[in-house]
Design a protein around this ligand. Sequence first.
Ligand code: DX5
Ligand code: ZN
Length: 217
Amino acid sequence: MAILAPSILAADLSNLAQQIRMVEIAGANWIHCDIMDGHFVPNITFGPIIVKAARRVTKLPLDVHLMIEKPDNYLEDFIKAGATTITVHQEEVIHLNRTINEIKTLGANAGVAINPSTPVSTLEDIAEFVDLVLIMSVNPGFGGQTFINNSLRKVGEVAELRKKLNANFLIEIDGGIDRITAKQSLDAGCDVLVAGTSIFKSDNISAATIELKNLIG
Ligand code: DX5
Ligand code: ZN
């Protein structure tokens, strides 16, 4: 059964506790937190304070996706705030092996993400050390964008890489996930599906969560 990770980027942050509880009760498995700094991506969202607030209202794993420059400087803050998994971008981190080790030493699971234009081959020498590989299926920075179709091919390539390395990281997809792309991503080999708009901007958050959960279950 795949993991559903609603992204609170699309949630009503003035009702964060209620919104998280709603998706939790409806069967969400993880809570995805999109951290943006206005440098690595054009948008700014929130930092460890909101992750800490989320930690107080749920026992679900917090899946923290760092779309920021110099993520090394903030790993400890996010882990102290309650992050379960920290994912950094391959494009931003120069000493990726060191950063992945540091995340694990600090007590969190470690993930690596790649943008739509970054080939899977760039992960060949780091994949065996991570707990999660995140394939971005939109250009990071904003919710509500259209799914980029060749992401499905990349998911297949990551699954092949996992097999070749005899590794056991999870494969996550993020961006433009709705009923149709959720099913396609699952068929392509994804283990974790992030969904923001299709859950939190829907008319009925509980029903949308349940529907996606049933689809990927
Ligand atoms: C994009 C973020 C995504 C985004 C997904 O930069 O990493 O997690 O919130 O949102 P939707 O589901 O709206 O594409
Ligand atoms: Zn994300």
